[in-house]
Design a protein around this ligand. Structure first.
Ligand SMILES: N[C@H](CCC[C@H](N)C(=O)O)C(=O)O
Length: 294
């Protein structure tokens, strides 16, 4: 087994992604390697999507998702589109079935280059999120936010897209909130025993939302695909929008979310390749591929 594994630095609407090719290897990307790559301005990322050999017949690959703090996530929508684009370029295939710790994901690259991922069926039970105590109605949970004391922020909608999300609905500009201050406090609020991704969302029409997200384990990001899905389903559940919405994320880009009649949430958007290299999955030491060096 080679010491180094190939990787591609990519982004999904500005969500910084490293797609690491761990196929044919027995080792894993260590938390230390993730933290080292996140600390280097050239490889700074929000998630590593580590592609492993398939575990389940019928799936193409097993995808492990690692946040920039070295912890694991169960879902990453923008990263999944990056994986699809990388594998589509390699294989000329257009349709993929992956497995993650949260289950099976189907995805497809379209003729126009946009990529759709079936993010599965959202779950709304308090144990599914999970929450530390029972809430019968998770469309709006009363949250004592104590020292955060931002009176306009209360009663988030919560949802699981495989990973935990809290969506705070606001009437005014999502940029007028100090998300970098209260994001980490809410991420670690005792109501969320596995922490949570924290978003502020504004409805701008019956078909459009604005969204900002403080990601669990990664902080403020320019886009978060699973949060976009969680916001879309929460908007529909609370009667704020219909089941198909276009969501504008902090990078200025948009994702299309369709909550289908069969309950699956389909997210459609772009992915972008930046450069390729190889890295040591134990230490995070890395180098660019020769053909990429100007
Ligand atoms: N950027 C990702 C979400 C990462 C979620 C992660 N921060 C967690 O749940 O711990 C996305 O596009 O869905």
């Amino acid at each position: 087994m080679a010491i180094e594994a190939p990787f591609a630095k990519m982004n999904g609407l500005g969500n910084e992604i490293i797609v690491a090719d761990m196929r044919g290897r027995a080792d894993r990307v260590t938390p230390a390697a993730a933290i080292a790559l996140a600390a280097d301005p050239a490889t700074k990322f929000d998630q590593i999507m580590a592609i492993h050999d398939p575990r389940t017949p019928g799936t193409i690959n097993y995808i492990e998702i690692i946040n920039s703090d070295g912890t694991h996530a169960q879902a990453c929508g923008n990263g999944t589109r990056c994986v699809v684009q990388a594998l589509a370029a390699e294989t000329r295939q257009k349709v993929f079935t992956f497995e993650t710790v949260a289950g099976i994901l189907n995805a497809e690259e379209h003729e126009d280059g946009l990529i759709s991922v079936d993010m599965g069926i959202p779950r709304f039970g308090w144990q599914d999120i999970p929450l530390a105590e029972e809430f019968r109605d998770t469309r709006a949970i009363e949250l004592q936010i104590g020292p955060i004391d931002a009176p306009v922020l209360h009663s988030p909608s919560v949802a699981s897209m495989g990973n935990p999300h809290a969506i705070f609905w606001v009437d005014n500009d999502v940029w007028s909130y100090d998300l970098d201050r209260f994001g980490p406090l809410l991420e670690n609020h005792p109501i969320f025993p596995e922490r949570a991704n924290i978003s502020i969302a504004q409805v701008t029409s019956s078909e459009t939302l604005n969204l900002r997200t403080w990601e669990r384990g990664a902080g403020l990001t320019l886009a978060c695909g699973s949060a976009t899905c969680a916001a879309a389903v929460s908007a529909a559940r609370t009667g704020r929008t219909g089941r198909s919405v276009t969501v504008t994320v902090p990078s200025g880009g948009t994702l299309q979310i369709d909550w289908r009649a069969d309950d699956h949430v389909v997210m459609t958007g772009p992915a972008e390749w930046e450069f390729s290299g190889s890295f040591n999955p134990a230490t995070g030491a890395w180098r660019r591929d020769q053909q990429d060096v100007a």
